[in-house]
Design a protein around this ligand. Structure first.
Ligand code: NAP
Length: 449
């Protein structure tokens, strides 16, 4: 019988995959929850190259050949793993056969997808089977969407009774001494996602209705396309990422499971910790995150890329132009050959969560929003440093706290990892969660959205 590895990194030769390999290698040791690792992909020579790139000490890491167009190769790979870390995208093209193989084999599956249609389809098709097979399937274990999902929960838990939040708006500020260059594969996934936006609408219409949390007060108005958030000193515009859909899925599952999801083999102490965690989570409206910059010039690449995708996504030639000239249509924000090592090293992110609510839940009907709590998640380069850290820490959490997680199923990250040690692990590895301020709102003009 083939050996079983704690983790197999699939798509290890990719731009993101190779950084995931480098991050994972830091944790392989006989005393760590991660004792054995293997790399998988369609090209053995590229996997060997990846290993040489990722470590100068040439560790003896096995290489497994698997291709998303060859289901038996995926089944062989899944049968040798406790967890598959899937870095092969776009996930709408490559993801489903990998999920199917993992669920069939009963191994766990984590990926770095940021594609709502793929994630929601996998939940619709594989959830029941994953429960039955004991396979935990979690997408978006990456910059999109762990900082948003855990960051929302963090802000929501700062509202101590009788205070309650009504809305939380996230602002993403990307910083760099050089240029910010983002992941081309994510741009490609976004172009394909917007081109097929109708499929997501159809999927949502055909599925069962999600439970909606009960949120005190009125839903926020739509607001202007571009705003100046004076509290954090940034200009901001809406960015159509998967973050809002993920946070809403987590809140919807929380609505049906007030104490969180029971671990299949958790002890009394962990059960108490889980219930204590989730009892402090207070639902709030969470819209699309807003990308933010100190000045309007910094917003320009995002405005250009958003307009270009909206105008060209529907036409075959338009998509060809978008995919072949990413730099032109994003003013250099996306490049096919990705960022340089220096650009990666100098990049960082701040995600602000500006929460507005009521100081007293009992007076919601008769009162304006009167309380503001601002929290922040900060970390290194989103695509190639933060994403590998998040994916590897999610995997270590599964390995170390398996009994504290549900037996199986397809979930967004927040509902699975919220009450585990993941936030502490991220904090120890350079992704911080901080409370910035708590204040009374004195006038309506302080409410900018
Ligand atoms: N959520 C987030 O925050 C986040 C952050 C970063 C990346 N991502 C996502 O991660 C994905 C990968 O990004 P990337 O920059 O690493 O892309 P990439 O450089 O194009 O790498 C793609 C990887 O997939 C492999 N692959 C392609 N077709 C395959 C097949 N048929 N069978 C097996 N392997 C195959 C490639 O193997 P070869 O080397 O053999 O071609 C390569 O290893 C994208 O979907 C991106 O959107 C998400």
């Amino acid at each position: 019988m083939a050996e079983t590895y704690d983790i197999i990194i699939f798509g290890a030769s990719g731009f993101t995959g190779k950084h995931v390999v480098r991050e994972a290698l830091k944790f392989v040791s006989p005393t760590s929850p991660l004792k054995s690792l293997a790399l998988a992909g369609r090209s053995p020579s590229k996997l060997v190259q990846t290993l040489k790139w990722a470590s100068t000490s040439h560790p003896a890491i096995p290489v497994i050949v698997a291709d998303t167009s060859d289901p038996p190769s995926l089944r062989r790979m899944a049968s040798q793993a406790k967890i598959i870390l899937n870095c092969v995208g776009p996930f709408r093209l490559h993801g489903e056969p990998v999920v199917a193989a993992c669920v069939e084999a009963g191994c766990h599956y984590l990926d770095i997808s940021g594609e709502p249609e793929f994630m929601e389809r996998m939940e619709a098709v594989y959830h029941e089977k994953a429960v039955e097979r004991g396979s935990v399937v979690v997408s978006a274990c990456a910059f999109v969407s762990v900082p948003a999902d855990l960051g929302f929960l963090f802000n929501s838990r700062q509202w101590v009774s009788p205070a309650v939040p009504n809305r939380v708006q996230a602002y993403l500020n990307l910083e760099s001494d050089k240029s910010n260059v983002l992941n081309y594969a994510s741009y490609k996934s976004a172009v394909l996602g917007f081109a097929n936006a109708d499929n997501l609408k159809k999927l949502r219409r055909s599925g069962r209705k999600r439970s909606r949390p009960s949120i005190p007060g009125y839903a926020p108005p739509k607001g202007s396309a571009i705003e100046h958030q004076k509290k954090i000193g940034l200009w901001a515009m809406k960015l159509a990422t998967a973050d809002a859909t993920i946070v809403r899925r987590t809140l919807s599952m929380h609505t049906n499971n007030h104490g969180g999801l029971q671990g299949f083999d958790e002890n009394a102490k962990q059960a108490e910790k889980r219930v204590a965690f989730w009892s402090k989570v207070k639902p709030a409206h969470f819209g699309l995150i807003k990308v933010a910059s100190k000045n309007l010039v910094g917003m320009l690449p995002f405005i250009v890329v958003a307009l270009s995708i909206m105008l060209l996504r529907r036409f075959r030639f338009g998509r060809w132009l978008l995919l072949n000239f990413p730099s032109v249509f994003s003013l250099g924000l996306f490049r096919k050959n990705g960022p340089t090592d220096e650009e990666i090293a100098s990049a960082s992110f701040k995600m602000w969560f500006v929460g507005h609510g009521f100081g007293d839940a009992n007076a919601v009907g008769s009162r304006e929003l009167d309380t503001e709590i601002i929290t922040r998640v900060t970390g290194p380069d989103i695509g190639y440093v933060a994403t590998p850290i998040i994916l590897v820490q999610c995997a270590l959490t599964v390995l170390e706290q398996r009994g504290d997680l549900p037996k199986g199923g397809v979930f967004p990250p927040g509902i699975v990892f919220g009450s585990t040690d993941l936030q502490d692990r991220l904090q120890e590895n350079g992704i911080s969660f901080d409370v910035i301020s708590r204040s009374w709102i004195s006038s309506k003009s302080d409410l900018r959205y």
